[in-house]
Design a protein around this ligand. Structure first.
Ligand code: SF4
Length: 385
């Protein structure tokens, strides 16, 4: 594979091509809270469009703090969509690959986690959130639920790619592209833009040149690194981490590097990680204090990083009458029952826990799972026999 570029990364690839190289290593990482939120809202919208019936978002897919925001955001979209969809037949989550050498495009099979499978060297994939066509032009919508600012449709390269690719796949002359920002309180819909033959050719030339430059490119750090999939393993950000570690006055006997070569270096790194984590935790605290004191921190994309109070409300079933109220409303299926060994021990003491373990095991009501854990253990030595 010559490159790792997809439509959502084009804006960053204009600034730095290092992460796009075919041999670039993107470290595994947990999806951020905001990414989990985006996935949950996209899934609910896609299912609603595809089924024609309202499909509620999965609150379990997000942090407790975001569950209310997720529902409110989805409610806002669900109220608005019937007034906006018109007579067109919409499809959701359509993966497409645009070959920027030939100009051809093809639909890709839907896959989990936007895994686009095997692509040609000059194919750039993208997923279109919502798509419809009237036989003359194709209409593309991208849902935005995050808090960061979004480039306007007429210069937005992700929309440009998706519009050009869909028009090519459907053999139409042009696409109307738009993004819809879905907030908890309002829907924002900027003026859509048209992707025609001229804009599509210009973008195609630029993308081909990005792919050709990627293999020999160098890291170009900047504000765009914030969401780069390579940032945990990029030499540029690694050197920033090393600077932070220096600032923490950690005495280094071994070079701090992602390239762990021997036991000494691995053992030292393990020890240093504690110090670095403590330092970073203090650093985060101080950045928050700075933000609180100065009314927020202005970021390069024009957004302000600041504190907001998030209030969450949850049903409290320990209150007398709460269960009965749900039962009377026919909502008893919404109640999930869960417990832990610790809760059983609190209720019945050690003997109660022991009895519960034996009883539940005997009736097959104990679920077991295995997860990897790293910890220091004494080395077992064989007794001389
Ligand atoms: S972290 Fe920044 S410098 Fe490194 S590859 Fe990503 S965008 Fe480029």
């Amino acid at each position: 594979m010559k490159h790792r570029l997809s439509a959502s990364g084009i804006a960053r690839a204009r600034k730095c091509q290092f992460w796009v190289r075919g041999d670039a290593v993107w470290p595994e990482r947990e999806p951020s809270r905001e990414a989990a939120f985006g996935t949950a809202i996209h899934e609910a919208i896609a299912k609603t469009i595809e089924s024609g019936e309202r499909v509620e978002p999965d609150a379990d897919a997000v942090d407790d703090l975001d569950a209310d925001r997720l529902q409110r955001t989805f409610d806002r979209w669900a109220e608005w969509w019937p007034t906006a969809r018109g007579e067109l037949r919409w499809q959701a989550e359509k993966p497409v690959a645009w070959n920027v050498r030939t100009g051809e495009a093809r639909w890709l099979p839907k896959a989990e986690h936007r895994d686009y499978g095997t692509l040609d060297d000059y194919e750039i994939p993208g997923t279109i959130d919502a798509l419809a066509n009237d036989g003359e032009r194709v209409y593309i919508i991208d849902w935005k639920s995050g808090r960061q600012s979004v480039e306007a449709p007429d210069t937005n390269p992700q929309l440009g790619h998706n519009g050009a690719a869909a028009a090519a796949a459907l053999r139409l002359d042009e696409a109307e592209v738009a993004y819809i920002k879905i907030g908890e309180d309002a829907i924002y819909r900027p003026e859509p833009a048209t992707v025609d033959a001229i804009t599509s050719t210009l973008l195609r030339d630029e993308l081909r040149s990005i792919i050709d430059r990627a293999p020999t490119s160098k890291p170009e750090p900047g504000p765009w690194c914030q969401f780069c999939p390579m940032r945990g393993a990029c030499p540029a950000t690694e050197s920033h981490v090393a600077e932070v570690i220096d600032a923490a006055a950690i005495v280094r006997r071994h070079p701090v590097s992602l390239d762990i070569r021997n036991n000494d270096q691995a053992a030292f790194t393990l020890t240093a990680i504690d110090g670095v984590e403590a330092f970073l935790s203090e650093l985060k605290k101080r950045v928050r204090e700075y933000a609180d004191k100065h009314g927020g921190i202005l970021l390069a994309d024009g957004t302000v990083w600041s504190k907001s109070e998030v209030r969450t409300e949850r049903p409290d079933l320990s209150v007398d009458g709460a269960l009965q109220a749900l039962y009377a409303l026919g909502l008893i299926e919404a109640i999930e029952s869960k417990t832990t060994w610790a809760a059983i021990k609190r209720a019945g003491g050690k003997d109660g826990e022991k009895a519960a373990r034996e009883k539940l095991k005997a009736i097959g009501a104990v679920k077991a799972s295995t997860a990897p854990r790293y910890e220091a253990r004494e080395v077992k030595t064989r007794k001389a026999g």
